[in-house]
Design a protein around this ligand. Structure first.
Ligand code: GUN
Ligand code: FE
Length: 483
């Protein structure tokens, strides 16, 4: 039997579609028809009242193609991409956060990773729970740090594969400055292990059709302090040879930055760049200590950044220069950094990103005013606006994260030809006409209509501020319904 063509619909969804194809701009497509093909790609997206929609629906008649009609105050949003999290650290998310980074790593992070590497059953339990929680949070895709042992990372990959999640999984590489029982003995052992992990990951998905190969290997030097130059150089060569992505932590915290300067004589950025680990195939987490010339340089290299605002509040003494990075066109997404950040829900990270950018903006302005006063300056030049809006944060959690991963046909938006990765958000309960979950829309309850009534965008902003998991009524990844 001939396989169906890519524009043959496998199912339809009609209703409202919201996305942020461009930073800061909300695209609201009301009453549209979405057709998804058997491979999970968007085959059509058009107004429900258009001739095209009529002809699609007519040609499907009699074929028993499922058609989900969304209620009025519901919308489909692209799923979130968590651009930085540590799967094994989910074991103890929300523990020991008063410690400084280096102490916390030794006391909790390395230990959790070591425990999972020595206990397959525990690894299965933690990874399955993590995957299910991600789905509950509307996260369809993650760029993930695993553990040292390739086998444990394969458990993570097969668990996520069977849950239907999109995942970029990194076997940790580290050959120095870890605990004596949790370290790779030599650079060559570490490189051989990374190489064998890539091969095993490819074998895991090789029998699947291309659109079902949703898990991918990523090279993962933990951060500069735990990796020798020889290991980093070898990983740079391996990344190029195998054509795989790279992830690490860069310029995260004062003690970490100082440590690298003392031991390597240069900063993280220089070390990574020298080892060919800083280009458009790399995503670096944090990057809170970045002066403007380095931001401009990273933009030229094409490196993407995972901004983890909650984690930074605990472990970094600086706020990430988000506005400057966006202005430089660096691809930026949001990361939960489980367990440096205790919250898996990217809605929390969106809010944190907005809050910390506002605090930073106020602080920079206050500092500038104080400086001018002290110098007796009469300048009233405006300082740069460093705030970000809720719509910009929504872009970061959806399209920004997808663009950072740069995968063909996975764009964090709704566009014909791209994968259908979406989450269904309900604002109002169609049965009671009351706000869903924690949301209240009093104007709707008392029947304010026309001028003065809440716009769809205002209702969405309320969801962004106060919504939670109760508003999420469905999640799809590559066209497959996971919730
Ligand atoms: N730097 C190196 N390893 C880690 C880690 O596990 N978490 C965080 N937040 N920073 C790191
Ligand atoms: Fe991290």
């Amino acid at each position: 039997m001939a396989s169906p063509s890519s524009d043959t619909p496998a199912f339809f969804i009609s209703g409202n579609f919201v996305s942020t194809p461009v930073l800061g701009e909300l695209e609201i497509l009301e009453d549209h028809l979405l057709a998804v093909n058997a491979q999970g790609f968007i085959a059509a997206l058009c107004p429900l009242s258009s001739p095209k929609a009529a002809s699609l629906l007519a040609s499907a008649e009699g074929n028993e193609i499922e058609h989900t009609e969304l209620p009025k105050h519901s919308f489909l949003l692209p799923t979130f991409t968590d651009l930085h999290l540590h799967a094994p650290q989910f074991l103890y998310a929300g523990t020991g956060l008063d410690l400084p980074l280096m102490v916390w790593l030794e006391k909790f992070a390395f230990r959790a990773e070591e425990r999972l590497d020595g206990d397959e059953d525990l690894a299965k339990l933690v990874y399955e729970r993590l995957g299910r929680r991600m789905i509950e949070c509307g996260t369809g895709s993650g760029l993930i740090f695993g553990t040292i042992n390739p086998k444990t990372n394969l458990i993570l990959a097969s668990t996520f594969l069977s849950l239907g999640l999109r995942a970029y999984i990194g076997k940790l590489s580290m050959d120095q400055n870890s605990s004596p029982t949790y370290i790779e003995p030599t650079p060559s052992d570490s490189l051989a292990s990374a190489s064998s992990f890539i091969n095993s990951m490819r074998s895991l998905t090789s029998s699947l059709p291309p659109h079902r190969r949703l898990v991918h290997p990523v090279l993962t030097p933990r951060f500069v302090p735990t990796c020798s130059d020889e290991l980093l150089e070898g990983l740079g060569e391996l990344a190029k040879k195998e054509g795989v992505r790279v992830q690490s932590h860069m310029s995260e915290a004062r003690d970490q930055v100082d440590w690298v300067k003392e031991t390597r004589g240069t900063g993280d950025v220089e070390v990574f760049e020298r080892c060919c680990l800083l280009n458009s195939s790399t995503t670096q987490a944090h990057c809170t200590f970045l002066p403007q010339p380095t931001i401009d340089h990273l933009a030229e290299l094409g490196t993407s950044i995972a901004h983890c605002p909650l984690s930074n509040a605990y472990f970094s003494s600086q706020i990430f220069p988000l506005r400057e990075c966006l202005d430089a066109y660096i691809p930026v997404g949001l990361g939960s950094d489980i367990a440096g950040g205790y919250q898996l829900d990217l809605q929390v990270q969106m809010r944190q990103a907005v809050v910390v950018a506002r605090l930073r903006d106020s602080q920079v302005k206050e500092d500038e005013l104080a400086r001018r006063e002290q110098e007796g300056s009469t300048s009233d030049d405006e300082t740069k606006d460093l705030r970000v809006s809720w719509k910009e944060s929504l872009y970061l959690a959806t399209r920004g994260g997808a663009m950072a991963l740069n995968e063909n046909r996975v764009g964090g938006r709704f566009a014909v030809g791209e994968a259908f990765d979406g989450q269904l958000i309900q604002l109002v309960d169609p049965g009671t006409s009351r706000g869903t979950g924690s949301l209240d829309f009093f104007d709707l309850e008392v029947g304010v209509e026309g001028e003065g009534a809440l716009t769809f965008e205002q209702m969405m902003e309320r969801w962004w501020c106060n919504g939670d998991g109760r508003n999420r009524k469905g999640v799809w990844v590559q066209g497959r319904r996971l919730m």
